[in-house]
Design a protein around this ligand. Structure first.
Ligand code: AHR
Length: 312
């Protein structure tokens, strides 16, 4: 920590305590709640003084939270950017104030990479690829109506968000290898359960027959889709196969219950690594510019096995 740097600006408070301003996306999903809990708990464990804000999925709220942290002269700013673009100005302000910025979970699209020190989070393209690979490997079984075409509907995450862009890209790249698989409808459900339910209702109305697969960019939207599918008198997991990303408890339960068919894990427990990085950055030590989270995938059998020990 900043013990040896007491009193010097940007190197921890006079007692060596690091103050971190964290601008969270919101509380849109089970994943996000687990992520917030992890960050708060790890800050407490590491003795980092945390200023925390919830932007309710609005970029303007995140930008004003970051501006507040700059005014407060925190030692380090960390945030999970709701969308990829539009961060240049506020990150320039942080840089001008000499406050290091750590990206967690989601990336930004900026011209100048020196505007942040490091990015800690998942490889979302790879997550999309894993989802697509499962479908390619299980295409025959996924074609529930046996018409030779695997008709996929896609529930996208928040428009412009890194995980929505990258999970779409990775999935499309892999399914392109199999001409029997195609996406007939694709819309955002904003990473929420309610959004997933409403968009799935519309998908089912547009195409009452013939939907074979739902690819949801997170568990919550997949869980919302399950409600819509059941309300339409169909059986999720059988009549319509469901692939999601995250592996939070509710998702894993639905997977073990046979309502979801495959989940690609996205690890929300970023707190401990974030605090470690923050301590190094504030102490002026070098850190890797990209830290990728390790993740796995779950089938129905694997979910049933993993559930009892699942923390979130
Ligand atoms: O950025 C990570 C994504 O954000 C999670 O997969 C999703 O559940 C959350 O809302």
């Amino acid at each position: 920590g900043g013990d040896s740097a007491a009193g010097s600006g940007g190197n921890g408070g006079s007692d060596g305590t690091i103050t971190m301003g964290f601008a969270q996306v919101g509380a849109e999903s089970g994943w996000r709640t687990a992520n917030t809990d992890s960050i708060k708990q790890s800050a407490e464990d590491a003795g980092v003084e945390l200023q925390f804000s919830d932007a309710q999925q609005k970029q303007e709220n995140q930008i004003s939270a970051i501006r507040t942290y700059i005014q407060q002269k925190v030692d380090v700013i960390a945030f999970s950017p709701v969308v990829e673009t539009g961060w240049d100005a506020v990150l320039q302000e942080a840089k001008a104030a000499g406050i290091p910025v750590i990206l967690t979970d989601r990336a930004v699209d900026v011209q100048d990479d020196s505007l942040y020190v490091t990015f800690l989070g998942s490889d979302f393209v790879e997550e999309g690829q894993k989802a697509g690979q499962w479908l390619v490997d299980n295409a025959a079984e996924a074609d529930a109506d046996g018409d030779g075409d695997v008709n996929v509907v896609e529930l996208q995450g928040t428009t412009g968000a890194a995980p929505a862009i990258d999970r779409k890209e990775g999935f499309e790249e892999v399914i392109a290898d199999d001409d029997t698989i195609s996406i007939s409808q694709s819309q955002t459900g904003d990473f929420t359960r309610d959004g997933g339910k409403q968009v799935m209702e519309a998908f089912l109305q547009n195409e009452p027959e013939g939907i074979d697969v739902v690819y949801a960019h997170n568990d919550d939207m997949g869980l919302g889709a399950i409600e819509a599918i059941e309300a339409a008198g169909l059986t999720p997991g059988e009549d319509i196969k469901i692939i999601t990303v995250d592996a939070v408890k509710d998702g894993m339960q639905a997977l073990a219950d046979g309502k979801i068919n495959f989940i690609v894990e996205c690890n929300p427990l970023l707190g401990p690594q974030l605090m470690e990085l923050a301590e190094k950055v504030v102490a002026g030590e070098e850190v890797e510019s990209r830290v990728v989270t390790e993740e796995t995938t779950f089938t129905q059998e694997q979910a049933a096995e993993a559930l009892p020990d699942r923390q979130y």
